[in-house]
Design a protein around this ligand. Structure first.
Ligand code: PMV
Length: 325
């Protein structure tokens, strides 16, 4: 049995950073994101008695570190499906992985949907989201469509993501400024383990519910200015936590700061644009679609930007007949 799925990465407006249960990947707080149309993973999974071992090929390579995590996820699928067959997994990203563009979100969402379908199981979006979460937290948000909320939950069954609005609800975009394709020094998984060492972590936790409600209100009203101000402050708060963790996590490069300052300048000049940043040096610029060209023109003048990827709000993970093998 063979199946292929294609899943988007997502950008978190309210971030997931810290777990209350490491094994189950239950987050300390809920989060809100948007699926991205141009950052995608395609994955084909086949289970067969012909295979002696699991074989995992990601972007043409066999990487031992990644293989382990994929096999653990295949084991979860085999357990649900009561299946003993080994699997072949071939996966392809249309963007550089491990640089902070949340390739694990698209990767584990695609692996979950392809794996479950290849095992001959039918699952609801909620069940798929719960399963994807156990592979990589942010992957649970790449299952539903468009603008998404991950409900933190107290148990595995209550921690999953739901669609708040479909992709065409709001005409905004995420222009990603790629600064470097260098792999990050500390993975998100590693970084999340030391989050509690930051003296500001509890302060953050205490106002997360409030923050989520506020963001949902700005989303509901499609209030771009208030929405933008909140997501930018949230990204800076996340990085304040990272920078003050022990050991400290500094993901920015000089160009990251140059773009952050440019964004403020552009706003002063009448172009509404806001930034958010994950575990990496690249900057996500959130802008209304009508202003994309104006923004691109300004960004093209900045030396140090290697590539620009324009993303629109997108649907969640879906099956395709275009198998990779
Ligand atoms: O799902 P992970 O372990 O890759 O963590 C994602 C962490 C952030 O990208 C920084 C925030 C988020 O919510 O996507």
């Amino acid at each position: 049995m063979k199946a292929t799925a294609i899943a988007p990465s997502n950008i978190a407006f309210i971030k997931y950073w810290g777990k209350k249960n490491k094994r189950l990947r239950l987050p300390t707080n809920g989060s809100i994101s948007m699926n991205l149309s141009n950052l995608q993973t395609t994955t084909t999974v086949e289970f067969s008695p012909r295979f002696k071992n699991d074989e995992v090929i990601i972007d043409g390579e066999k990487d031992i570190n990644k293989t382990d995590r994929v096999i653990k996820h295949l084991d979860r699928i085999r357990k649900i499906a009561n299946l003993n067959d080994r699997a072949k997994v071939v996966s392809k990203n249309n963007f550089p992985s491990d640089t902070g563009l949340s390739s694990s979100a698209s990767a584990f969402a695609a692996l979950t949907l392809a794996g479950i379908s290849a095992a001959g199981i039918n699952m609801s979006k909620k069940e798929l989201s719960i399963l994807a979460r156990q592979g990589s937290g942010s992957a649970c948000r790449s299952i539903p469509d468009g603008f998404v909320e991950w409900l933190d939950g107290e148990t595995s069954d209550t921690s999953y993501a739901v669609s708040l609005y479909p992709p065409d609800y709001w005409h905004i975009a995420d222009v990603v400024a790629i600064i470097s394709n260098e792999k990050k020094e500390v993975s998100s998984t590693g970084g999340q383990e030391i989050v509690k060492s930051s003296p500001f972590f509890l302060t953050r936790l205490n106002h997360m519910r409030d923050k989520i409600e506020k963001l949902k209100l700005f989303l509901r009203e499609r209030n771009f200015r208030q929405f933008g101000e909140l997501i930018e402050a949230e990204a800076l708060e996340l990085h304040a936590i990272m920078i003050t963790s022990q050991p400290s996590l500094i993901y920015w490069l000089p160009e990251t700061v140059i773009i952050m300052k440019l964004v403020k300048k552009l706003r002063k000049g009448g172009l509404p644009v806001y930034f958010t940043i994950n575990t990496g040096q690249d900057v996500h610029l959130i802008v209304e679609q009508k202003n994309i060209q104006r923004l691109l023109k300004k960004l093209k003048l900045i030396r140090g930007i290697k590539n620009l990827i324009v993303n629109y709000p997108a649907g969640g993970a879906k099956l395709t007949e275009n198998h990779l093998f």
